[in-house]
Design a protein around this ligand. Structure first.
Ligand code: 5CA
Length: 444
């Protein structure tokens, strides 16, 4: 992609309306554009990053045997009346009337709709367990939308739902998601810690929020620092290993604000290990048994001839919020350098040729390199403008392609000035460059 042909509307300065770095950067490099309060359009750069995050989330869901579906954004109020949440959900729910005067709503979450799908299709314990998920827009009429796409009204969420016969089976499903979430966030180069949390309008009595540390986060957290050193690599997807994994995490105090008790914290955590800080909630998992299946009569036949309501859980990841969360974690505000992990970077590499009007040889070289990179599945952006080199580098640092090739006076023969963003320049040939980038990509 040539920057002169791209739709990347970069601003000279940070927009004054943005209070946190992710919001500033997303507006500055034209990743999003606000369309009304708490509602955003995603422009090419932002959309590319979000789609790459979505791909990783999807792959990790598939790995635990969850099956992808797609439910609509607009739902009928009927099922919400059945579960009793139509009234309870309050003003956060966007209610709509269709031309027949039917009460509809824009889905804030999908427990009712998925329960309705389940009950109309599956009737026997033999079909269980079932794990279903979709990745779809949600709407919540947040009282105070803020920080750009971090707390907005329309957002993109992965929500999964589990259906099991017994509580034990259901906890196995819950624990599968527990591990899957740790892996998903790790692939995004984030350390997300599971923290005991309140269940709010979703309900149930078991729940973990997955939180990454960030000063600008909205969640207050209290934890034993040692929880950050835990390792989940190699955990197998069987009942025993997953129980041990959760035990291992739950041994260390880690709670959100609503579960916090000062006495308990001081008693359980030695002073040197106490961490009181803020974080961003990037995922949230819930176990709520028959909270929806009972009122909505989603039951299956059991082996002895009896019937029982299925036991359910739900599991959310804020896909659009993650774009902002990664920026909060990786953006070097002082030096204005965005370090996207290569797995989600909008471009793998920036090609920066020094161009002056009479001499297009650097641009010709850049185009040649681009072709070869493309043939090796490397997505490059070329700055083909005639701005000076330092402003081009500044621009590319903001966009955040993890690698840069500079083609200028120093370029001799086959050797290019190549560097990982914010690191030392090395002079190497294109073959080696391709090797380095593809090795890094394979790793993620
Ligand atoms: N049904 C459950 C699980 S699927 C559910 O809705 N959980 S949730 O309310 O915790 O939302 C899941 C995730 O969506 C959150 O962890 C958060 O990352 C994201 N999210 C929630 N509200 C917003 C919002 N207003 N703006 C952006 N992301 C949000």
């Amino acid at each position: 992609m040539h920057i002169s042909k791209s739709f990347i509307p970069i601003l000279k300065n940070n927009p004054s309306e943005a209070k946190i770095k992710s919001h500033q950067l997303m507006l500055r490099v034209g990743m999003i554009k606000q369309s009304s309060a708490g509602i955003y359009s995603w422009l090419p750069l932002g959309f590319k990053v979000m789609k790459k995050i979505e791909r990783i989330v999807r792959e990790e869901q598939n790995k635990i045997g969850a099956q992808e579906i797609l439910m609509p954004t607009i739902q009928s109020s009927e099922i919400w009346k059945e579960s009793g949440r139509y009234e309870d959900y309050g003003e956060e729910m966007l209610r709509i009337k269709d031309r027949q005067d039917r009460e509809m709503l824009y889905g804030p979450t999908n427990e009712e709709l998925v329960t309705d799908i389940f009950r109309s299709s599956l009737k026997s314990y033999k079909s269980l367990p079932q794990l279903l998920y979709h990745i779809q827009w949600k709407f919540r009429d947040e009282i105070r939308p803020r920080f750009g796409i971090m707390r907005c009204r329309e957002f993109y969420m992965k929500d999964a739902y589990s259906f099991d016969v017994t509580d034990e089976d259901a906890l196995f499903s819950y624990n599968k998601f527990f591990l899957s979430y740790l892996k998903t966030f790790k692939r995004l180069d984030l350390t997300a810690i599971p923290m005991a949390a309140d269940t709010g309008p979703i309900g149930g009595n078991l729940s973990h929020e997955f939180i990454i540390l960030a000063e600008t986060g909205e969640s207050k957290i209290y934890a034993d620092k040692r929880i950050f050193d835990l390792n989940f690599e190699g955990t197998k997807l069987d009942v025993k290993s997953l129980l041990e994994l959760r035990d291992q995490y739950e041994k260390f105090y880690s709670v959100t604000d609503d579960k916090f008790k000062e006495d308990e914290f001081n008693e359980k955590v030695s002073e040197k290990n106490r961490l009181k800080t803020k974080g961003i909630e990037v995922g949230h998992i819930f176990y709520f048994g028959d909270k929806y299946s009972k009122p909505m009569e989603a039951a299956v036949d059991l082996p002895g001839g009896k019937k029982d309501y299925v036991k359910m859980g739900s599991y959310g990841i804020g896909v659009s919020r993650l774009v902002g969360a990664i920026i909060e974690a990786k953006y070097d505000e002082k030096n204005e350098i965005m370090k996207w992990p290569i797995s989600v970077a909008p471009y793998d590499i920036a090609i920066i040729p020094m161009i002056n009007k009479n001499d297009t040889s650097a641009l010709d070289k850049a185009n040649k390199i681009n072709l070869e990179l493309n043939q090796n599945n490397i997505d490059a952006i070329i700055d083909d403008t005639d701005e000076n080199l330092s402003s081009k580098i500044k621009k590319m640092n903001l966009i955040g392609a993890p690698y840069q090739i500079i083609i200028g006076k120093q370029t001799e023969g086959d050797l290019f000035e190549f560097k990982e963003i914010n690191k030392e320049t090395q002079k190497i040939n294109l073959k080696e460059i391709i090797k380095i980038i593809n090795k890094q990509k394979a790793h993620n």
